[in-house]
Design a protein around this ligand. Structure first.
Ligand code: DQA
Length: 140
């Protein structure tokens, strides 16, 4: 299988921002581990991060026909982006929603994701491991 790991707004700061919440490892570091994890299981993975909502929508649109699954941490976009929600609903490629933190144990505005309903499933609260668990869900 071929996966796209898609990270939204502020995820490029992982390892530098709120380390108590998101850990001390950089996004590049996590992605390198994910690439090795996918390869070890005979799968391929590409990575894309953007702070721009429209670029995330475009990446989802373009994933159709190329990827078997998207692992998406949309960051704060998750809580309000109907555009990303519509992009997910518009394509057949299944999307696994990811959050590193336990959003339900945080501020109230984080308790709602407008994306979950159109995603295949959601993994949250396990730090960087949320990405690995979400990826694994596609072949388990
Ligand atoms: C996040 C949770 C979001 O609420 C937040 O805006 C993020 C990261 C997470 O991975 O826990 O940027 O998606």
């Amino acid at each position: 299988m071929k996966f796209l790991v898609l990270n939204g707004v502020n995820l490029n700061l992982t390892g530098r921002r709120e380390r108590d919440v998101y850990g001390g490892e950089s996004l590049d570091g996590i992605n390198a581990e994910l690439a090795a994890f996918a390869a070890a299981h005979g799968h391929e993975v590409d990575f894309f991060q953007s702070n721009l909502e429209g670029e995330i929508c475009t990446a989802i649109q373009k994933a159709e026909g190329t990827y078997d699954g998207i692992i998406l941490n949309a960051g704060a976009f998750s809580h309000y982006s109907y555009a990303i929600r519509d992009a997910i609903a518009a394509v057949k490629v299944p999307v696994a929603e990811v959050h590193m933190s336990n959003v339900h144990a945080r501020e109230e505005f984080r308790h709602v994701s407008v994306l979950t309903e159109v995603c295949r499933g959601e993994v949250l609260g396990f730090g960087k491991h949320s990405y690995f668990l979400a990826m694994e869900s596609f072949w388990l």
